[in-house]
Design a protein around this ligand. Structure first.
Ligand SMILES: [Zn+2]
Length: 183
């Protein structure tokens, strides 16, 4: 892997704003377990881990169509929430890896890549699950493989920003976007 600039043709500015903390709280409260009977549209709310099997298959199929479009960062020093899939675009992973190495601490990840199935459910559930704003499926920056929601954002900010990641700001505290070259 080389220190190349962002390999995304998609720019994070093309995505809609979502308050990620609301989604994490809903996911955490839901107690959702993978699997249910019926169609995707009938999935019980409010946790997207109910479609973990389908999400896993979607990620696998995507990587068959475009090899290494997304790479797992499960091998880094991270702890993941139940509905969080540890996938990013390769350059974003490299930046994350360097930030974690530099700080020398485990990172708690609430969300990274979100599949179209997860986004569809969040969009349908919406306010009923306490999600005040959910982007249309396809419009969430978490579908780019360039976004990350974490705990202890203030502690991590400087390290992530050293390596191509940008903090979204106080409107969405846990959220970082990968925006550029890895130093
Ligand atoms: Zn986010």
């Amino acid at each position: 892997m080389t220190d190349t600039p962002v390999d995304a043709e998609i720019k994070t500015s093309e995505f809609d704003f979502e308050p990620c903390f609301e989604i994490h709280e809903g996911e955490a409260r839901s107690g959702a377990k993978p699997g249910f009977e019926g169609l995707l549209q009938d999935a019980p709310g409010c946790g997207t881990s109910v479609v973990n099997g389908l999400s896993q298959q979607l990620i696998h199929q995507m990587n068959l169509i475009v090899p290494d479009a997304l790479v797992s960062f499960d091998d880094l020093n991270v702890e993941l929430e139940d509905a969080a899939f540890p996938y990013l675009q390769p350059s974003a992973k490299l930046g994350l890896q360097k930030a974690i190495q530099e700080r020398g601490k485990k990172m708690h990840v609430n969300s990274a890549y979100r599949t179209i199935a997860q986004q569809l459910l969040l969009y349908r559930w919406g306010i009923g699950c306490g999600y005040s704003i959910v982007a249309l499926p396809g419009r969430s920056n978490h579908q780019s493989g360039l976004a990350l929601d974490i705990n202890d954002h203030l502690g991590w900010k400087r390290y992530l920003e050293n390596h191509g990641w940008e903090w979204f700001g106080p409107k969405d505290e846990p959220h970082f976007d990968f925006v550029g070259a890895v130093r």
